[in-house]
Each structure stands twice: as structure tokens, then as C-alpha cells.
Design a protein around this ligand. Structure first.
Ligand code: MRU
Length: 351
């Protein structure tokens, strides 16, 4: 089988169905991985909202584009006969619903707001519904292309920071599957691997829904990159044994001071990295930087269902299941974006 990042599927793709003429979002059904690579199709906004909520589509950059695509599907497929004002009104209700599905990753509101601003501007310029619908479709296609281009750029910037024969510890899946294509933290890995710099990637399982175990291992194995899976609690031992050179993870929201929200367990790894004297890198596109959040205290952390932690619980067991945590900026060596690698203290001057 072909190896390398190009052997991976595109996570999302908005197309026009040649038979029905409907707009359709094709997406990798991530809950089916690693058992089966299934591409699902959505023609209604509600299907995308459900896919985001249930993690069939997940990963901060991917849900940003999927959220924008939901707006486009609603306008194109579900709003026949409405004038521009009615269209806008219904889109505003929908936009709020989509943004509420997953509050932590800023990319979701970034993506939805981007297409909403476009629709609002066109409506103000007296554009008719047909023009608005076509513009929404085109904008989502542009976002898809930009996502890949940005990831490839940040991949190069990040790869330059890694030593030869690098052993990387990563968490969750900040890979191609978390984006339209190529990935953020794993985009750095894919680039470095193509340069012969990766000796091995260690993937934390990432309890409770195991994106590391299910998705990162699948992605890296398909790309032909050596990958070893560990339980989240084994990271300290690996570091103590001198088997890790860098910790490299993605982000769901980076605040103005560099505090970073990422998958639960990231903060643990940052503390461990500091203790063992290892660099701790965040890789994320500029759409993940939220300068309106001054610090991590301004980030809403998504709480998820107890069922994700355990299917069988003794009666009245309380479950604590935050999906994300905040890594304080002083534990972060650098934040790698498509514009460069910045110390947390340098971010505010750039963004
Ligand atoms: O809950 P998920 O799987 O949507 O989590 C988001 C993430 O994929 C991670 O936190 C990731 O590191 C940032 S997205 C590239």
C-alpha cells in the first residue's frame, strides 16, 4: 500500500452531488476507526451537528470547517423559496446551535462566524439568496484548501525544531483526521518523517474515548511511521527512561497569554515534560488562537457524558469527565503556527 501522508483520506469534503444537485459533506466517520474506514455523507445541517456532538467528526480544525459546511448545507439544501432576510434569520439561529455543540475549540465558532459574516455582508449589499448560497459553498471550499495549506506550512516550521532521530510523545489525535488534511501536531510529524527525522512516535491512549489509541495509531500506521501506544499513565516512565525527545501536541484554543486548552491529560504531560527537562510544543493554526481569551480562565471546558468514562457504574457514582484541560503558558516551550514558532510571551505581539 502507498505510504506517507498522501495515503490518508481527506477528512472532509464538500461536493455537489451530480445526481441530486444537492450540496453534500463527505466525512470520515471517526467513531468507526480503526476497524473500518467509512465515509459518511450529510446533506442536512442537523446531520453535521450530530456528527460533531458524537465525535464522528472531531478535532478542532475539522469541526471548524464542518460547522461552516453545516451553514452552507442548510442554506443550499434546506431553504428553498426564502428571501435573503429570511435566510439570514434562520442561519443565525442555526449558527448559535452549532457553536453550542462543542464550546472549547475556538475553531468551531471561528468557522461558523466566518461564513456568517460573509452571508451578512452579501445580504447588506442586497445580494439575492442564490448568490449567498453559492458564496457559502465557495467559502467552505476555500476553507478546506486553506486548512491544508496552513497545516503544511506549520508542519515545515515545526519539523525544523525537531532533532534528528526524534522520538515524539503525542496525545489525542492532532493529525490529518483532526483537520481537513495533513494535521497540526502530526502534520509536524508527517513533515519530519518525510525528511527522515522521526525514529518513533509514542501515542498516549487518551482516555476516555481513546483518540490516541484509535486514531493516531491508525493514521501513523497507514502513513508508515513507527508508532508505539501507551496508557496515559505510562508517560512518566517513558520520559524517566530517556525514551522521549520532545512532547508535541495540538490545541483547541490558545489564549492571548499562551495558556492552551487541549485534550484532557495534556496538562499532565506538560508538567512531566518540565520535570524531565523536555521541550513541550503546541502546534496549531492561527484559527486556534483566541486573543479575546486573556488566559485559560476565560475558556469554557466542555464536560461530557459519564458513559464515556465507564458503561457500568455502581449506583450514584459521580463522574468527572472534562474533555479538555488548560496547560499554563509557562510550561510551553513554543507554540508552532503557520506564521512561526513563538514563545507564549511573544504571541500577543503577533496576534
Ligand atoms: O475531542 P476531540 O477529539 O475533538 O479533541 C480535540 C482534539 O483533537 C485535540 O484536543 C487536539 O489535540 C486538538 S485538534 C488538532
Amino acid at each position: 500500500m502507498e505510504k506517507g501522508v498522501e495515503s490518508l483520506p481527506r477528512t472532509l469534503e464538500l461536493i455537489t452531488d451530480p445526481q441530486s444537485g444537492l450540496a453534500k459533506l463527505c466525512f470520515v466517520e471517526q467513531n468507526q476507526l480503526p476497524h473500518a474506514l467509512v465515509i459518511s455523507e450529510a446533506t442536512q445541517a442537523q446531520q453535521i451537528t450530530v456528527a460533531i456532538k458524537t465525535l464522528a467528526v472531531r478535532g478542532a480544525p475539522a469541526i471548524g470547517v464542518a460547522g461552516a459546511a453545516a451553514i452552507a448545507l442548510w442554506a443550499i439544501n434546506e431553504c428553498e423559496g426564502t428571501d435573503a432576510a429570511e435566510l439570514l434569520e434562520s442561519l443565525e439561529v442555526l449558527a448559535a446551535q452549532i457553536i453550542a455543540t462543542r464550546p472549547t475549540a475556538v475553531n468551531l465558532s471561528w468557522g461558523v462566524k466566518r461564513v456568517m459574516h460573509l452571508a451578512q455582508r452579501l445580504a447588506q449589499e442586497a445580494a439575492g439568496p442564490a448568490i449567498i448560497k453559492q458564496a457559502l459553498f465557495n467559502e467552505v471550499k476555500l476553507m478546506e484548501a486553506e486548512d491544508e495549506a496552513v497545516n503544511r506550512r506549520l508542519g515545515k516550521i515545526g519539523a525544523a525544531l525537531l532533532p534528528e532521530q526524534c522520538r515524539v510523545l503525542t496525545h489525542c489525535n492532532a493529525g490529518s483526521l483532526a483537520t481537513v488534511f495533513f494535521g497540526t501536531a502530526l502534520g509536524v510529524v508527517h513533515t519530519a518523517a518525510s525528511q527522515g527525522k522521526i525514529r518513533e512516535v509514542f501515542s498516549c491512549e487518551t482516555r476516555p474515548v481513546r483518540q490516541g489509541a484509535r486514531l493516531t495509531t491508525w493514521e501513523l500506521s497507514r502513513a508508515g511511521i513507527p508508532c508505539t501506544l501507551l496508557c496515559d499513565d505510562a508517560a512518566a516512565v517513558l520520559m524517566a527512561e530517556g525514551k522521549i525527545d520532545v512532547v508535541l501536541v495540538g490545541a483547541d484554543r490558545v489564549c492571548k497569554n499562551g495558556d492552551t486548552a487541549n485534550k484532557i491529560g495534556t496538562y499532565n504531560l506538560a508538567v512531566l515534560a518540565r520535570h524531565h527537562g523536555l521541550p513541550f510544543y503546541i502546534a496549531a493554526p492561527s484559527s486556534t488562537i483566541d486573543t479575546s481569551a486573556e488566559t485559560g480562565k476565560d475558556v469554557v471546558i466542555e464536560q461530557r457524558s459519564a458513559d464515556e468514562v465507564s458503561l457500568v457504574l455502581p449506583d450514584n457514582t459521580q463522574v468527572f469527565n472534562p474533555a479538555f484541560d488548560i496547560t499554563p503558558h509557562d510550561l510551553i516551550t513554543a507554540i508552532i503556527t503557520e506564521r512561526g514558532a513563538f514563545k507564549p510571551s511573544e504571541l500577543a505581539a503577533v496576534y
